[in-house]
Design a protein around this ligand. Structure first.
Ligand SMILES: Nc1ncnc2c1ncn2[C@@H]1O[C@H](COP(=O)(O)OP(=O)(O)O)[C@@H](O)[C@H]1O
Ligand SMILES: [Mg+2]
Length: 275
């Protein structure tokens, strides 16, 4: 893939719940792609919370303190329009999204972090996705964001508003440029404890994947390494590049990231990350 001949591949992290790992996964995907040698743009659509933006700022400070170059994304954030007229606010949001993607067009990838709530801005960026990644905590409360289960059964369930919204954006994307959105749902913060709840979730998600049209990735473990480096703006991939010792948990975390990336439909990426 060359930045000069192809438009960037867009990865959007989204769902309609806070605290499921969108920002954490955004950071880790950005770093995985940068360390694989790609040029990466990043967009924080959750600008009010600004987690991804702060992460990039923290990384910048660490870089300055270390006086050595760290791989960096080209970062932008998008604030929701405050125009009191809804049609005007939507037009402004559309313009802002278009300009931001245009400004990042020389990257190989653009990774977009979105807020955990439904808003026009978030819908707009969902419709741009080549791959949409939806993390869920391992809980039926999070699953409820995708589907309303009746009597715990998938057969008599109906899609929730988020799944319907994704469906809408898939249609919108097809009309806009004939492209398609590949939707991946994954479980995050899995505990190593074997539990009934966990097995039931697994079964329900496997069945739902056909019904709602997503691919299912079993998930990321609950790991300190995914959260402890935020203040330094680093990730486990930087530790490795800086020559630090990798613990077994770090190696497993890296493997989880590689496996997720290998699900993205880009043959060249698979070779680069060497799963
Ligand atoms: N796999 C993980 N292991 C450990 N902690 C995690 C993991 N994923 C996310 N977290 C933590 O969970 C919380 C919510 O994650 P965050 O990425 O901010 O979610 P969101 O962006 O969806 O609101 C944060 O405290 C984050 O550090
Ligand atoms: Mg977030």
């Amino acid at each position: 893939m060359s930045a000069s001949t192809k438009s960037p591949y867009i990865i959007v992290l989204g769902n309609e719940k806070g605290g499921t790992g969108k920002s954490t996964l955004s950071m880790h995907l950005i770093m995985s792609l940068l360390h694989a040698g790609y040029k990466v743009g990043s967009i924080d659509v959750d600008a009010r919370q600004g987690t991804l933006t702060r992460y990039v700022e923290n990384r910048q400070s660490t870089q300055n303190a270390m006086s050595r170059q760290l791989p960096m994304p080209e970062h932008k954030s998008i604030h929701k329009s405050t125009n009191p007229s809804q049609p005007e606010a939507e037009t402004e949001d559309e313009k802002h999204v278009m300009e931001t993607f245009e400004a990042l067009k020389n990257n190989d990838f653009i990774v977009v972090d979105t807020p955990g709530s439904d808003m026009y801005l978030s819908r707009l960026v969902h419709s741009r996705a080549d791959t949409l990644i939806t993390p869920l905590n391992d809980s039926f409360i999070d699953l409820d964001m995708l589907v309303r289960l009746k009597d715990g059964s998938v057969e008599s369930s109906r899609p929730s508003t988020y799944a319907e919204m994704v469906w809408e954006q898939k249609k919108r994307r097809a009309i806009a440029d004939g492209g398609s959105i590949d939707w991946i749902v994954l479980r995050n913060r899995l505990s190593s404890i074997k539990a009934k709840n966990k097995e039931h979730m697994e079964e329900v998600l496997s069945k739902l994947s056909k019904r709602l049209g997503f691919r299912y990735y079993p998930g990321f473990g609950e790991r300190v390494i995914f959260r402890e480096l935020f203040l330094s703006g680093l990730t486990l991939l930087d530790l490795e590049a800086l020559g630090e010792n990798m613990s077994i948990s770090h190696v497993t975390a890296r493997q989880e990231l590689r496996s997720l990336l290998s699900m993205i439909n880009l043959p060249e990426l698979k070779t680069k990350i060497a799963v």
